[in-house]
Design a protein around this ligand. Structure first.
Ligand code: ADP
Length: 643
């Protein structure tokens, strides 16, 4: 992949094209960089086509060479034919055979041209599909490897979204434009060579005619482009407002609160602002183009006059008139093609820049050692040694100086108010992020030295914001451990242990029922509590060494919560078990309770010890117990019995 020479500006933003020249002396530098940037982008696109399917690049090149040469051959044949016919009119021609041969040749040319055009259409359509698919897969594979931390950075996420959104249309239009530019260049150069025979200065005159149009086009493409970039917030806002009105999940609330018109109104407001600028640009560009066409047409008329005059004087034949005027017309139309297609490429370069930057995003969560260490299975000890952490792009420690020891056979309950850093601690423990300071050791070895995939395999985890997938019920449980051959018996066991079996058995197609109604008519929508049970089943399906439950019981009713607790306790025996909970009743019999406050461990010990301290835990526990007593008749949820 070629390197970008121009560094990104601002907060990882895109700077498009070389820096504008500030003086005339900088013009050559600017033009050289412009051409360089154009070819770099072109090369990148061609390399993507090559990666997608080598043969396609070859076929497209041949077709586009033919496409470039054929019009010139056609012009020559027409001219020759006219010359022969003119000779016949004047009684100079003696034989009809050359005329016949020329007609045969002319129609053969027409035939080849049509076939070429047809094949070109077919190949570019197929190439478009293949290249789009290739780019999509490239993006998905890159996203698969990107650090979770990268997703937190708006600049990265925007690049990913842009690349993904535009991958469907941009590559095809850039590809088509690229090949039509190449063939237009070939034809144009050939016609210019033909015109040189008419007068050595003719090509210069043509260039002079084409230049103003090209400059106007370039200036306005750039203006439009910059306008679009300045207004990218507007466009994202429009997308956002439109998405709210059509969003399935928000439909209930939007309907009852009657928010549709409010958001449609916001959408229209932003559109009006955005549209005013675009209209101004389009009108100004149109005006300049019309002015330039007058001048071009005038110069063109002069050249026509010159050719006609030489024919009149007998210096040129009738066929030459057709050849030269045809060449002139063709050149002007190729210039137009070049102007419009380079505009497509120019606009497409934003996509390419974005894609290049996205593909260059480094992955940092990789094994530090090569070959990486494979974790052993069975019993483990995990140690946090003076671990501090701040999220990428922020300047506040979310965790500070954490020292902690977790071992198999002992359940740890993490306790703390919202935002204390409990989930973050879990993310470090599972190496979704690396600590900013300090180290985390698994069996005495830094987490960073392990093979990441094998390390992830040790964990059975349910996050607070667990995934809901539109797949079959049994698949959604298999997802707990996709490296193992699907085992229907195990799926049923996991479902039974998580309490999900009760509702699954009542579903119309049992374990074969599709979840959600995205794709299937018979898909089912589950309640939040049911989804949660499925996610618990997913964790129970996996035979993991380290079980982590990050407040998975928040949406469960007390009865279901009790079931999950006791099953969790049974499964957790002999394993490292970490349990994040708001409800402190679960902590009473845990092997170790860790109280987090503002990212620090403020207390650590067993229930009795911490109650005895009369500190933070005691305060939280008594407040909660009090609330239960004062509240309804509802009993506090049963204590969590890990061992
Ligand atoms: P808890 O699980 O204890 O409720 P979290 O670990 O989720 O707390 O969050 C701890 C702090 O980290 C919060 O102040 C939260 O705003 C911040 N935080 C969480 N995730 C991110 C993130 N991806 N980027 C930046 N800050 C984050």
């Amino acid at each position: 992949m070629p390197n970008r020479t121009s560094a990104p500006t601002g907060e990882e933003g895109l700077r498009h094209g070389p820096e504008k020249p500030t003086s005339v002396r900088e013009l050559p530098r600017y033009l050289a960089e412009l051409v360089g940037s154009f070819f770099r982008h072109l090369f990148y696109i061609l390399s993507l086509v090559y990666e997608a399917r080598k043969s396609i690049l070859f076929v497209l090149t041949v077709l586009c060479l033919l496409d470039g040469v054929l019009p010139v051959a056609g012009a020559y044949l027409t001219a020759e034919l006219l010359n022969r016919l003119a000779e016949a009119v004047m009684g100079k021609a003696v034989e009809f055979t050359p005329i016949l041969m020329l007609i045969v040749a002319y129609f053969s040319y027409q035939f080849v041209q049509r076939i070429n055009a047809r094949i070109s259409t077919m190949v570019t359509r197929i190439a478009g599909e293949l290249v789009t698919n290739h780019i999509r897969l490239k993006i998905l594979n890159k996203a698969k490897e990107a650090d979770i931390g990268s997703f937190d950075r708006p600049a990265f996420y925007e690049k990913l979204e842009n690349a993904n959104r535009e991958a469907g249309v941009r590559p095809v239009s850039i590809l088509n434009a690229t090949f039509s530019v190449i063939s237009a260049c070939i034809s144009m150069v050939s016609f210019i060579v033909i015109l040189t025979a008419l007068h050595p200065a003719a090509p210069l005159l043509i260039l002079a005619m084409a230049l103003p149009g090209a400059i106007i086009n370039y200036i306005y493409r750039r203006k439009t482009f910059e306008y679009m970039r300045r207004r990218s917030k507007d466009r994202r806002q429009m997308d956002y407002y439109a998405a709210i009105v059509v969003n399935k999940d928000l439909a209930k609330e939007v309907r009852l609160l009657d928010l549709s018109d409010t958001f449609i109104g916001k959408y229209r407001g932003v559109f009006r602002r955005y549209y005013a600028g675009i209209r101004r640009l389009v009108l100004h560009e149109g005006f300049w183009h019309i002015a330039v066409s007058f001048a071009t047409l005038g110069a063109n008329a002069l050249l026509f006059l010159y050719i006609a005059f030489r024919v009149y004087r007998g210096e040129l034949q009738l066929g030459d008139y057709s050849l030269y005027t045809g060449a002139l017309n063709s050149i002007l139309s190729y210039v137009n093609t070049l102007i419009t297609t380079t505009a497509t490429i120019y606009e497409g370069t934003l996509f390419i820049d974005n894609m290049m930057l996205f593909m260059q995003e480094p992955t940092r969560i990789v094994p530090r050692l090569r070959p990486a260490i494979q974790p052993k299975r069975g019993r483990h000890v995990i140690e946090f040694r003076d671990v501090s952490f701040r999220y990428p792009g922020t300047d506040r420690d979310v965790l500070s100086h954490i020292n902690l020891r977790l071992e198999s056979g002992k359940t740890t309950v993490l306790v703390g108010l919202n935002g204390a850093g409990k989930t973050t601690l879990i993310k470090l423990l599972t190496r979704l992020y690396d600590p900013s300071e300090g180290e985390i050791l698994l069996d005495g070895v830094n987490l960073r030295d392990y093979d990441v995939r094998a390390l992830y395999d040790l964990f059975g985890i349910i996050f607070q914001d667990f995934g809901r997938y539109a797949v079959r019920v049994d698949e959604s449980i298999y997802f707990g451990d996709i490296h193992r051959t699907p085992d229907a018996e195990e799926v049923r066991r996991a479902a039974a242990e998580s309490g999900a079996a009760d509702f699954i058995d009542r579903l119309p197609d049992g374990y074969g029922t599709p979840l959600m109604r995205h794709f299937e008519e018979n898909g089912v929508e589950l309640s939040i509590g049911q989804w949660q049970k499925l996610s618990v089943a997913r964790a129970f399906y996996k035979d993991s060494d380290i079980l982590i439950l990050d407040e998975p019981t928040a949406s469960l009713d007390p009865l279901a919560e009790q079931e999950v607790f006791s099953q969790f306790a049974r499964l957790a025996s002999g394993k490292i078990a970490v349990f994040v909970s708001h409800r402190l009743s679960g902590a009473v019999s845990a092997g170790q309770i860790v109280v987090l406050e503002y990212g620090r461990v403020v207390e650590c010990g067993r229930h009795a010890e911490l109650m005895h301290l009369h500190g933070r835990y005691w305060e939280l526990f008594t407040t909660q117990a009090e609330r239960y007593r004062k509240g309804s008749d509802e009993e506090p949820p049963p204590a969590f019995q890990p061992e």
